[in-house]
Ligand binder design. Structure first.
Ligand SMILES: [Zn+2]
Length: 161
């Protein structure tokens, strides 16, 4: 375990410091200049949007083809009650979200590794990302796409998820 704690532990610590504005919980760390989304570092050279991590921690996995949207239209908000899953089509006004939805399948695979790390069964992971349990198994074992497994192992080691 890293000296700053796991990503989950750090998220929960910062989450407790979020400022409540109306009913929104405003992420206390850095926000990006364009979209105003909050970010949290998940490894030495990698950040993830705080509202996405909030969704993963509080509500669960993000199925293939879906993305996390704000019902409050407030990008730095990490209140799980304001986060819902949407499709790419739901978001055609928001260029930032559109870019996220086009993000490479690597992000989905990283999620598979994360969820396994957090104790979800391969069958459950398969259901949420919409691939067969045996494919999840092979990915996690490095039998398919071994280069990705090696990369994610490095990310997860660094990030201490
Ligand atoms: Zn909100």
């Amino acid at each position: 375990m890293g000296k700053r704690g796991t990503v989950k532990e750090r998220f929960i610590r910062y989450f407790a410091r979020a400022e409540r504005v109306d009913d929104c919980l405003i992420w206390p760390l850095s926000k990006d200049k364009r979209g105003g989304y909050g970010y949290i570092g998940i490894s030495t050279d990698r950040c993830e949007r705080a509202h996405v991590i909030s969704y993963l921690i509080h509500k669960g996995a993000i199925p293939q083809g879906m993305l996390v949207r704000h019902t409050c239209d407030n990008p730095p908000c990490v209140n799980p009650d304001h986060l819902i899953l949407g499709t790419i089509g739901d978001n055609n006004k928001d260029a930032q979200e559109r870019r996220l939805s086009r993000s490479p399948p690597e992000n989905r695979l990283l999620q598979i590794f994360l969820l396994e790390r957090w104790g979800m069964t391969k069958a459950a992971i398969g259901r949420v990302v919409n691939i067969h349990e045996s494919c999840v198994h092979r990915l996690l074992r490095g039998q398919t796409r071994p280069h990705l497994r090696a990369r994610f192992e490095a990310i997860l080691r660094q990030a201490d998820f």
